[in-house]
Design a protein around this ligand. Structure first.
Ligand SMILES: Nc1ncnc2c1ncn2[C@@H]1O[C@H](COP(=O)(O)OP(=O)(O)O)[C@@H](O)[C@H]1O
Ligand SMILES: [Mg+2]
Length: 412
């Protein structure tokens, strides 16, 4: 028999057609009529139909409306719950128009009266199968579309991460530029003093020795700066990254002191007295702290104080008692509270965050800042980097009093 009903090519597998009827006659006749074009599956009741639908991808089901135990409408609802794209044709006998309407309303795509006319049945099944194929295609396109959207979003985030990273690397060049200028100054001085002299003695020799010492110091600090940041870059691929919080806080202070958003706000950075290493990437940590501190500066043009404080937690951190609410928000996905932790707090006594805003602050692109000032990506980057570091965050805020972001990060 020529395949005129379905758009499938001969090489393709036949689509599955499910027939659910408690009478053997219609079941067998449908099987014989459609077995060339479809893989016909037969069920004599709703239970069997569901079993078949769980094991096979079904395009079209022909379901008898009047059956014992489970009637056609119930079977249809259960089939759709298993496979939402199944198209269903109802077989009706003496049903009232109301029952038929109900079946259509609940999702049947067509109905035929028993005993059915083969030509009409062929047409109905072909139409239902086409409809099924179109629905599947739309679903696939939608999936593809949302996948593309999320890729695009990730790319935006990545760009934003790179932008801040660029600022950090810019500041390394700035850091190295300082010692280089000093070195170059001393070399000039030495050159002047040495001039064309054949011998150096006494005072001259002493002065040059002192200057060479200074140069050595400055070269040492340049090498130290470049090595530190180079190790951050190398660490990007390593899950076992280490970073000295003391050093990060020093770098952060320099970056923030130069930052345009600092304005007339006060900055207090409290560096822990003992050396503490954290188990994460250094650039990620600076990036998190920069985002939080800059947000704190930008919270209001009225001068306020921004504090950054780091303490080692001597007890296990119990975040289960803190829940999301009008003043609080907790991020703790992938967090391991039993690890040795360091708590880093970025606190301001600025305007605080209103209850209707706090629910949205971590959403990408959410910003309360005027166009051109906020990207709304800062806290969403913080969230992402924090998750990578397996850390947690507690945001606490009160309108009129200020905001604190406390990070809990695994110590090395
Ligand atoms: N310290 C803070 N004080 C008040 N509001 C804040 C603070 N930090 C963040 N917010 C709020 O969270 C929003 C989102 O921040 P963020 O994701 O960094 O994006 P952006 O800074 O570009 O607006 C800000 O627009 C602001 O409304
Ligand atoms: Mg921001």
């Amino acid at each position: 028999m020529a395949n005129t009903d379905s758009p499938t090519t001969p090489a393709k597998v036949k689509p599955n057609l499910l027939v659910v009827d408690d009478e053997d006659g219609p079941r067998q006749s449908l099987r014989v009529v459609f077995m060339n074009d479809y893989n016909v599956l037969l069920a004599n009741d709703g239970m069997r139909a569901l079993e078949l639908a769980k094991e096979n991808k079904i395009n079209v089901a022909v379901v008898d409306l009047r059956m014992q135990h489970m009637d056609g409408i119930e079977v249809m609802e259960k089939l759709k719950a298993v496979q939402p794209t199944i198209e269903i044709i109802m077989l009706t006998a003496y049903e009232t128009i109301d029952t038929i309407r109900q079946a259509l309303r609940l999702g049947a795509c067509d109905y035929l009266n028993k005993p059915f006319d083969i030509a009409a049945m062929r047409k109905a099944i072909a139409k239902a199968n086409d409809r099924h194929n179109v629905t599947e295609q739309i679903r696939a396109s939608n999936d593809k579309l949302s996948q593309l959207q999320s890729e695009l979003h990730n790319q935006r985030l990545q760009e934003e991460v790179m932008k801040v990273r660029g600022e950090i690397y810019g500041s390394i060049l700035h850091d190295i530029n300082g010692p280089l200028t000093i070195i170059s100054g001393y070399i000039q001085l030495i050159n002047q003093r040495v001039g064309d002299a054949q011998h150096l003695e006494g005072e001259d020799l002493q002065l040059i020795k002192e200057r060479l010492n200074k140069i050595t110091q400055q070269v040492g600090s340049s090498i130290e700066i470049s090595q530190r940041y180079l190790s951050f870059i190398r660490q990007e691929v390593s899950p076992a990254s280490r970073v000295s919080i003391n050093q990060v806080l020093k770098d952060l202070t320099e970056l923030l002191d130069l930052h345009p958003s600092k304005g007339d706000h006060a900055l207090k950075v409290q560096i822990p007295s003992e050396e503490v290493q954290l188990q994460m990437n250094g650039t990620d940590l600076i990036q998190i702290l920069l985002n939080l501190a800059i947000n704190a500066f930008q919270a209001s043009p009225k001068p306020h104080t921004v504090e950054v404080v780091g303490v080692i937690c001597d007890r296990t951190v119990d975040l289960s008692t803190v829940t999301d609410g009008p003043h609080d928000r907790v991020l703790k996905e992938d967090f391991n509270p039993t690890a040795r932790l360091m708590a880093l707090t970025v606190r301001d006594n600025g305007p605080g965050i209103p209850a209707d805003v706090i629910t949205k602050v971590f959403q990408p692109y959410f910003t309360t800042k005027p166009l051109g000032q906020g990207t709304g990506l800062g806290l969403s980057i913080v969230q992402r980097l924090l998750k990578e570091a397996k850390g947690a965050l507690h945001l606490h805020t009160k309108v009129g009093e200020g905001t604190s972001f406390t990070l809990y990060l695994p110590a090395a």
